[in-house]
Design a protein. Structure first.
Length: 171
């Protein structure tokens, strides 16, 4: 049985994961309208992944005697100056999500809810991967600079990254 404070904190994370999915979906739409299929495809996949993270939390909440609640979401940004700005925002958002997961782990430990602590370890590991991936992408974009050819190749590369992660079954 979940305590009220753990239930509230997990529901907050449900909302964060849902908003993450929306943010990445908006980024995908923006990239697609700019003609970058690879980046759009990557962002669509990221959006799906965040939704899966949300559903995992919902199932846990409901199975442990809590009640997952679905709330309205904050509308995501729909336009970006360029891809560097978009991926910088993605990276900052992943850092925010990591902090939120860490706060959840802290609450679980304070309340000696070791089942929830154990459940959250998957999210801790996932966030390490998400941050590293976002940082690597940002590093590559910084290397490219204003080179249009480099951006074209980056778009192709990120599409390959997409294929590899979906084949590997990251979730």
């Amino acid at each position: 049985m979940l305590s009220k404070s753990i239930e509230t904190a997990l529901n907050k994370q449900v909302r964060i994961e849902a908003e993450s999915s929306q943010i990445y979906l908006s980024m995908a739409c923006w990239a697609e309208t700019k003609g970058f299929e690879g980046i759009a495809s990557f962002m669509y996949l990221q959006s799906d992944e965040e939704r899966t993270h949300m559903l995992k939390l919902i199932k846990y909440l409901n199975e442990r005697g809590g009640h997952a609640t679905i709330t309205e979401l904050k509308a995501p940004k729909t336009k970006f100056g360029d891809f560097k700005e978009m991926f910088e925002e993605l990276y900052k958002h992943e850092l925010f999500v990591s902090q939120s997961i860490n706060d959840l782990v802290h609450i679980a430990l304070e309340e000696r809810d070791y089942a929830t602590h154990n459940f959250l370890q998957w999210y801790v590991a996932e966030q390490i991967e998400e941050e590293a991936q976002a940082k690597t992408i940002l590093d590559k974009i910084n290397l490219i600079g204003d080179d249009k050819g480099g951006l074209y190749l980056f778009d192709r590369d990120i599409q390959q990254l997409n294929v590899q992660s979906s084949v590997g079954g990251k979730n």
